[in-house]
Design a protein around this ligand. Structure first.
Ligand SMILES: [Zn+2]
Length: 493
């Protein structure tokens, strides 16, 4: 199978407006047995030779094509007469055997998106999806399609679908937030003009919010899994020392560098936090609107007005500025939204603003990970001890990050070192470390045998706090606003 992104194979004219350069793309597949899918419209086919209708250069690079031998097209329904399909490509035919239950969740995602935005800005929509243990994972947004790649078991194994449950919801949401409505400094006439990324806390932050929330509303994740994911996210940003020096807007402006820098000293440096911390910020905005309007309004109303915008259209770009965002929020609920954004986006803040208590929940630490955290650690092949010893490692024990000022940091442990043994027994995984942390509560230190290069050393960590994993707990006597937010939307008429 392959994913063809046209921008990698087309020579582009210098400094022209890509929306005015017209092309008639053609493609020869390896053989006539190969299947393909794309948002491009077919003009004619002759065996393996495909010719597509004339299209602007802007829309060509926005319309990748997936092809392969093992393909299955899933009908996900229509939206005001426009078809939504998922074209899945796989290593084997067995990987395409999605159950009726899985299909229903994917159809419900379309129903929930229509209930949220009401109006579409595409004439037809195709989820391109490679499910493969060979192809790299990805998620790239386009006007009339998205190019998704994930693990081979995605359509047939419940844990794989749950783990990546927000993938399709996130990329679909971008058709409204990102492609149709775009920050004005990110909308460039061609690929020679640099894009300015300072508004990604809307583009990616609100998409992260709705990607996870709409996946929950569609049943791709349970409410508990959605809450558990929020707990992990909140705890992670709470523990970042980089927030003492770096505002959220700077993580957006620096995205070209931070995308590739997720490992060593991530906590000190911060990462692409406009995704996850952006999600938490929009959750807080949603809670604020619901609280101040006594449940009459929500962020959904602002999103519908801003991204749905009155009627169905084909693909087009409508740009916006921060002022437009402030006005859209104020139109739904009068409030000093400019100051809200300044506090969350521009300020260097020692702790994240209070994202959760207004929603009726607070962050607590328990001695066992949630089922959702276990699932994600297994999927990402990580060992996560950041809230106890301060260590994040891969399953083989190689340390990816050490939190500044943690027990491990004070013992001189750093990224790149590898945990070989725990209390003189070969490393087997996170459960073994949890046992060692519990035993350490009654006196003996945790002994780690570490190696880097050809050097071995044993470090004895004096730590009494036991295993610590983040969870959300209800605050007694408060309204369950997060529960209200998680409720599936009534289907649009
Ligand atoms: Zn995105």
């Amino acid at each position: 199978m392959f994913t063809l992104t046209w921008n990698k194979v087309v020579l582009t004219p210098q400094a022209q407006d890509y929306s005015t350069v017209m092309l008639s793309p053609a493609l020869r597949l390896p053989s006539a047995q190969w299947k393909y899918a794309t948002a491009l419209e077919l003009a004619s086919a002759n065996g393996a030779d495909l010719a597509f209708r004339p299209v602007s250069l802007e829309m060509l690079v926005d319309s990748p094509l997936d092809a392969g031998v093992n393909e299955r097209t899933l009908d996900l329904g229509t939206w005001d007469g426009a078809p939504v399909t998922l074209a899945a490509f796989a290593d084997t035919p067995e990987q395409l055997a999605a159950s009726e239950k899985t299909l229903q969740k994917l159809r419900d995602l379309v129903v929930q998106m229509r209930a949220l935005y009401r109006n579409r800005h595409w004439d037809h929509y195709t989820f391109l999806l490679t499910v493969s243990d060979v192809m790299p994972g990805q998620g790239v947004e386009h006007h009339q399609s998205s190019d998704n790649g994930t693990a081979g078991g995605y359509l047939t194994e419940e844990d794989a679908l749950t783990g990546g449950g927000d993938l399709l919801a996130h990329e679909f949401n971008h058709s409204w937030n990102g492609k149709y409505r775009r920050p004005d400094d990110l909308a460039t006439p061609n690929l020679q003009v640099p894009m300015i990324d300072d508004m990604l806390w809307v583009y990616e932050g609100m998409t992260q919010y709705y990607g996870n929330l709409q996946a929950e509303r569609a049943g791709l994740r349970t409410r508990q899994q959605w809450l558990d994911a929020l707990a992990l996210s909140y705890a992670s940003y709470d523990s970042e020392r980089g927030r003492l020096t770096r505002a959220l807007v700077d993580t957006a402006t620096s995205s070209p560098f931070l995308y590739r820098e997720r490992g060593a000293w991530a906590s000190e440096r911060r990462g692409v936090d406009y995704y996850g911390e952006g999600e938490l910020m929009w959750l807080e905005a949603d809670v604020l609107i619901r609280t101040r309007s006594h449940g009459k309004h929500s962020l959904d109303d602002a999103a519908r007005a801003f991204f749905g915008r009155g009627r169905d259209t084909g693909p087009q770009v409508v740009t916006y500025t921060r002022d437009d965002i402030v006005a859209a929020l104020a139109a739904v609920e009068p409030y000093d939204w400019r100051a809200f954004l300044a506090r969350h986006v521009d300020a260097v803040a020692p702790h994240p603003p209070d994202f959760l208590t207004g929603g009726g929940y607070r962050l607590v630490f328990g001695d066992a990970p949630s089922a959702y955290e276990k699932l994600q650690s297994a999927r990402r092949k990580t060992i996560d001890l950041r809230y106890s010893l301060g260590i994040v490692a891969n399953r083989e024990g190689t340390i990816a990050d050490v939190l500044p000022d943690s027990v491990a940091f004070r013992a001189g442990i750093g990224p790149g070192e590898k945990i070989v043994a725990v209390n003189d027994r070969a490393l087997t995984g996170q459960p073994q470390l949890d046992v060692a942390l519990r035993e350490a509560g009654s006196g003996a230190p945790v002994r780690l045998l570490l190696t880097a290069g050809n050097v071995y050393r044993t470090v004895a960590l004096d730590y009494r706090g036991g295993p610590r994993y983040p969870h959300l707990a209800r605050i007694d006597g408060t309204a369950d606003l997060l529960g209200a937010i998680a409720k599936p939307l009534a289907a649009a008429p």
